[in-house]
Design a protein around this ligand. Sequence first.
Ligand SMILES: *Cc1c(COP(=O)(O)O)cnc(C)c1O
Length: 226
Amino acid sequence: MNPHLELIRKRCAEAAKRSGRSPDAVRLIAASKKQPLEAIQQLVAQGQSDFAESTIQEAQQKIPQFPTSTWHCIGHIQSNKTRFIPGLFNWVHSIDSEKLIDRLAQAAAQEYKPLNILLQVNTANDPEKFGFIPAGLNNIVEAILSKQYSHINLKGLMTIGKANVSEGETRRTFAALKTLNDGLSTRFGQGYFSEISMGMSNDYEIAIEEGATMIRVGTALFGERS
Ligand SMILES: *Cc1c(COP(=O)(O)O)cnc(C)c1O
């Protein structure tokens, strides 16, 4: 039995309420990278449905053991690994180039496996980080939608909050992603921007207050990674 799940669920529900939303408006994703199979099994037994992995190699070891769970890819994907993604994951949060989408689209169509994707946004405008810069997003989305991919569903945006900054700065970063998402939703259609993936162990309540629909929680749920 995972001792942290109930408390995290309760905190999520309270944060959702503070943002004027129902608890079901927020999906808790268990970031199970570097955690053992037994820890995942425990959570499955407690009704946890969504899990995330960061690397293909680890995903290939773990995901086939939990075929009824929903799996999210949250790590940077190298182009020589794209062919493995549709058979493993249902969602990719870490989309950081148009070329990556093209390659995933081809793989997903070949396997007849639909993929839900989120565009990772480099909200810090940090050249050392992955993700699209906010100013380029309108053009990127236009390009993606014009291709009418058969097995790719654009669903929203994702960001990774900055580490070691004040609560105020974290909140501003998340609020900025929500504003960006709202603008794109108005321009291109709500169906393409229904999800906002932001918030991790240290900042998931702030993220929910600022509009997250998906949070990715690892250490707060499992303890330190091995
Ligand atoms: C590892 C990881 C998480 C979870 O991080 P914790 O701080 O352990 O909750 C969330 N998102 C991404 C992209 C990650 O790589």
